[in-house]
Design a protein around this ligand. Structure first.
Ligand code: ADP
Length: 277
């Protein structure tokens, strides 16, 4: 993995990386590979919808690798602005020079740009990508007064978690309708079990128990959890079990504790763990 310098300000946290050759493990769940390939060939943008930890980012890394494309990932947050994506002037010695941001770099060079949690970003980000998400496929850089046609291989991928309860972090229908969209959900138990085994090397029977417990918690809607058990949490538990932590303790710290801070809820989740693991 190679870090790139896009001249970002220190106070802006951005995870901007270009993935290199090693193909990540991704367990295909449905028709997502075919869909992505067709969308890519037709130069359309794609929106991956679904709760956190359901394999959206892993899927993008896998597809970039499969298509032999470079990938730039931006983890969007409330401070992410169009300037962060497009670029800015910086002072170097006596000169002021322009530094392309990750979006401009991807547009010019034909990379895949992945805007993870795009709804978190500032509204001007949506404005900036507007003309890239329709037939024009161009990027306007107002600070330079220039418009760039996207490289033939450029692709825009965004992810969005529709489960957010915060109200203001919705994507407008007019924005959503600019993307082909794919839904991600928690995989069925057999697949999720296989993911745990492949990702961590844990034994099948232990993986099975963890997955059954995960599904049990997902069905406990009465707990009123804002976000429920993701595959990521189950993988984390499997990892620390595989490296030697006691199973129940591992599940409690990796799966249950991140879910809630309420004493009563945690007690119920701990009881369930003791019962099932
Ligand atoms: P998201 O981007 O949806 O928040 P990630 O792609 O980061 O989720 O997935 C979280 C973790 O879950 C991954 O690091 C991986 O270990 C595991 N995972 C989830 N789905 C899959 C899958 N289909 N194949 C392989 N690993 C998966």
């Amino acid at each position: 993995m190679k870090k790139m310098n896009f001249g970002l300000q220190n106070n802006i946290k951005m995870n901007t990386i270009i993935e290199e050759v090693k193909c990540p493990f991704y367990h295909v769940v449905g028709k997502e590979v075919e869909v992505f390939e067709q969308v890519y060939q037709n130069k359309l943008p794609i929106l991956l919808k679904g709760p956190t930890g359901t394999g959206k980012s892993r899927f993008v890394e896998f597809m970039a690798n499969k298509l032999g494309k470079k990938l730039i990932t931006i983890s969007c947050h409330e401070e992410t602005s169009s300037t962060d994506l497009i670029g800015r002037f910086i002072i170097k010695g006596a000169e002021t020079i322009w530094l392309d941001g990750p979006l401009t770099t991807a547009v010019k060079n034909g990379y895949i740009l992945y805007l993870d949690e795009v709804a978190e970003a500032r509204p001007d980000v949506i404005v900036a990508i507007h003309s890239l998400t329709d037939h024009r496929r161009e990027l306007f850089i107002d600070k330079l007064g220039e418009t760039y046609k996207a490289h033939d291989d450029f692709m825009l991928v965004a992810s969005f978690n529709p489960g957010y309860q915060r109200g203001f972090k919705e994507l407008k229908p007019s924005t959503r309708q600019r993307f082909v969209a794919l839904s991600f959900q928690y995989p069925e138990p057999k697949v999720e079990q296989e993911i745990l085994v492949q990702e961590t090397g844990i034994e099948h029977d232990v993986a099975k128990k963890i997955v059954i417990l995960g599904n049990k918690v997902r069905n406990l809607t009465e707990l009123g959890l804002t976000e429920t058990v993701s595959t990521r949490l189950l993988v984390d538990a499997a990892k620390i079990i595989h490296s030697g932590l006691a199973k129940r303790l591992a599940v409690k710290v990796a799966v249950m504790e991140p879910l809630s801070d309420e004493k009563q809820i945690l007690e119920a989740l701990y009881d369930l763990t003791d019962l099932m693991i």
